[in-house]
Ligand binder design. Structure first.
Ligand code: ADP
Ligand code: ZN
Ligand code: ZN
Length: 679
């Protein structure tokens, strides 16, 4: 051993800040994963730096683990820790390969030595001739031949492959349209670190541009990362990459078995796979020399991670591309105002098949009596295949007693319980609490209980014909999508999951019920979300020879997000939305940071939030709030929000204010969560 390694122990404690010095084991460097003695325990740690000597009495690590992270990923994690007010340990934990798994091996037998002069039975000769194939029952016989030097038996690593490529099923690579050619040329000519927005209507051939840009990147000897929203809902894009590039593609996502994940991770790390396709976490693919990073459907909310560190994979992708000298391509039919503002725009204005986008009719629901307007009903009867979007799962939103007004609420959260009729349950959509559907009022005993509102489950039962439901209550979304695709006729009903990038050529009708549901949300992004939802659903209809149409039911037909989505005017929407945000100083013209304090102790959350706000004010960083939030999982909550021009300074100020408040005795009962760029 010579020199010192600086190790960040992977503990979750917020107060504990490394790195700590240890003696450097032979061959260890930045990215090495070690087991080190830490306090009275042994913990896993990652080497984040090297030094010649230490001011402390450094001790030796216990051992060096096999996995070794690329040093650039270690830097990326340290950046995430700072950018999102988290800790290095929590950010580094995102990089580690799946725990407790190893390579899988099988025995491999091959011929060795010369059998010609040997006395062998016919059975033994047949066995030798059949190698390397053999039956498990022949192993003993092979071991005897091994003893005579005629056979070599050794364990070999076998790959657990998550994607099965059907060779021969490959479609020919299409001739690009002139718009695609122009976009591809821009991607290939982009300077290292440049960020591009591929703004193309649904069906305009964005994926084909990614595929050909990936092929060119591989040909130049560099690697490719392709981020997609949830894999279960977008199997098509994974299949297209696998079909085009075969074993060069690794897929990383949480639904893989840990063995499969281990093998895909190792293939990337060894450089055997040079394209990684996966959701948000694939931005941490252990590859070297990445030349292209694609973020498909860049508007998708799943790119934001909900646990600490609350990173945004789109921003991490930009950072990774910038440091690796890679080109970043974000693609969407409904880009975020942030990307439209900051990235260089490439356009694919028309569908590849030359079809026009379907006409969108706005259905004014202000005097409607039922959840489904008669006009919508008629259109549904006429259409052979339709998609209906209703962003509310369950049967009814809430129950009330007709006699005394009792409302059924979650015992742990300040929200109403949603009825799920098939399961006979009332459920809290925030904490998972469940209870049986009441037969009578628990307050007055009345049996007259009213059910309010319509969710996807109720809609499913009310629509005619074959109905396919897709929402978070459905265990296997891919199977539902496959059944809908195979069906001759029917209606796909569900939450925003039905508006993701599916490509069904024969859908003639798209319907959005209650398009204002997202608009009613008190959030500066509600306009953007509503626009994206309507425009994305419109993109699912009318892809086939029979064309299509879209109906949007709304109580606010004049809201810009709805009217402009109906006119397929993404540019008009984005320009107007950016003006509004500039005037109100919302992102991208500022950075928002949200601090949520929570506690089971009454009043403690609000007191902690007040203290954070005061500390911020004293440090010259004004904050909005504190505002109470609804109680969640028995914890009261309160938040303060910082709207800042100088991002780095604000992140540092919030981090310091939260650390100081959390360390104060009187705020012990509270916990703190910091969200930079909250969604
Ligand atoms: P997007 O990603 O913009 O929704 P896709 O790349 O999925 O669009 O393209 C839509 C459909 O058109 C796909 O079935 C794709 O195979 C096909 N396609 C893409 N580019 C071409 C092309 N240049 N010529 C013919 N078909 C194409
Ligand atoms: Zn009652
Ligand atoms: Zn609850």
């Amino acid at each position: 051993m010579s020199g010192i390694v600086q190790v960040e122990p992977l503990t979750t404690a917020r107060a504990l800040r490394g790195p700590f010095d240890y003696l450097r084991p032979d061959g260890a460097g930045v990215g090495s994963v070690l087991v080190v003695p830490f306090g009275r325990r042994d913990v896993v740690g990652v080497v984040t730096g090297l030094a010649d000597r230490s001011e402390h009495d450094a001790v030796a690590p216990r051992r060096v683990l096999d996995a070794r992270l690329p040093p650039e990923l270690v830097d990326l994690a340290l950046w995430i820790a700072a950018e999102y007010c988290s800790t290095p340990a929590r950010a580094l934990s995102l990089l580690l390969p799946p725990k407790g798994t190893r390579a899988k091996t099988a025995l491999w037998a091959s011929r060795a030595g010369d059998p010609d002069g040997e006395r062998l039975t016919d059975g033994q000769r047949a066995l030798l001739a059949g190698l390397p194939r053999f039956a498990a029952g022949d192993l003993a016989a092979l071991r005897r031949l091994e003893g005579r030097g005629l056979v070599r038996i050794e364990p070999r690593v076998v790959r657990r492959a998550p994607v099965h490529v059907s060779v021969g099923a490959t479609r020919p690579r299409p001739e690009l349209t002139s718009d695609q050619r122009a976009a591809l040329a821009e991607v290939l000519a982009a300077t290292p670190g440049e960020r591009l927005l591929l703004h193309g209507v649904t069906g305009s051939g964005k994926t084909e541009v990614y595929l050909q840009a990936a092929a060119a990147t591989l040909a130049a000897g560099r690697g490719v990362i392709v981020l997609v929203p949830e894999i279960a809902l977008t199997p098509q894009i994974v299949a297209r990459f696998a079909e085009r590039f075969g074993d060069t593609v690794a897929v990383l996502h949480s639904k893989l078995s840990s063995g499969e994940r281990h093998d895909e991770w190792a293939r990337l790390r060894r450089g055997e796979a040079r394209i990684c396709v996966g959701p948000r976490s694939a931005v941490f693919a252990p590859m070297e020399d990445v030349g292209l990073v694609v973020v498909d459907e860049e508007h998708d909310a799943s790119y934001k991670h909900e646990g600490d560190p609350r990173y945004d994979a789109r921003l991490v992708a930009e950072r990774r591309a910038a440091t690796a000298g890679a080109v970043l391509v974000a693609g969407s039919a409904t880009p975020r105002p942030e990307s439209f503002h900051a990235l260089r725009r490439l356009r694919l204005p028309a569908r590849v098949d030359g079809r026009r986008l379907p006409p969108v009719e706005v259905v004014d629901m202000r005097d409607a009596r039922r959840a489904v307007h008669p006009r919508t009903h008629e259109a549904l009867v006429d259409a052979r295949k339709a998609i209906v979007l209703l962003n509310r799962r369950g049967w009814s939103n809430f129950l009330t007693c007709r006699s005394c007004g009792q409302v059924w609420e979650c015992p742990s959260c300040d929200v109403t319980l949603v009825m799920h009729r098939h399961d006979g349950l009332l459920a809290c959509h925030h904490c998972g609490h469940r209870e049986p559907v009441p037969e009578r009022c628990c307050a007055c005993g009345s049996v007259s209980i009213a059910r309010h509102g319509t969710g996807t489950e109720r809609l499913e039962s009310e629509l005619e014909g074959p109905v396919f439901r897709l929402d978070a209550d459905i265990a296997d979304p891919a199977a539902v999508l496959a059944r809908f695709q195979a069906a001759d006729s029917g209606v796909l009903v569900g939450t925003q999951m039905v508006a993701k990038g599916h490509d069904f050529p024969d859908v003639e009708l798209g319907v959005v019920l209650d398009a204002d549901a997202t608009l009613r949300f008190p959030d500066f992004r509600s306009e953007e979300r509503t626009f994206a939802l309507v425009a994305q659903l419109a993109g699912r209809a009318g892809r086939g020879p029979r064309g299509g149409r879209v109906l949007v039911q709304t109580l606010t037909p004049d809201a810009p997000s709805i009217a402009l989505a109906a006119g397929h005017d993404a540019d008009g929407f984005l320009v107007g939305e950016l003006e509004r945000r500039r005037a109100l100083r919302y992102p991208p013209f500022s950075t928002l940071i949200r601090v949520v304090c929570s506690s089971e102790a009454p009043g403690a959350a609000l007191a902690a939030a007040t203290a954070v706000k005061e500390r911020l004010g004293a440090a010259g960083t004004p904050a909005l709030g504190p505002a109470p939030l609804f109680r969640l999982r028995r914890r009261e909550r309160a938040q303060v929000v910082v709207k800042a021009g100088n991002r780095a300074a604000a992140v540092a100020a919030v981090g310091a204010a939260v650390d100081a408040t959390a360390a104060a005795r009187e705020h012990r009962p509270a916990s703190f969560s910091v969200d930079v760029d909250p969604q």
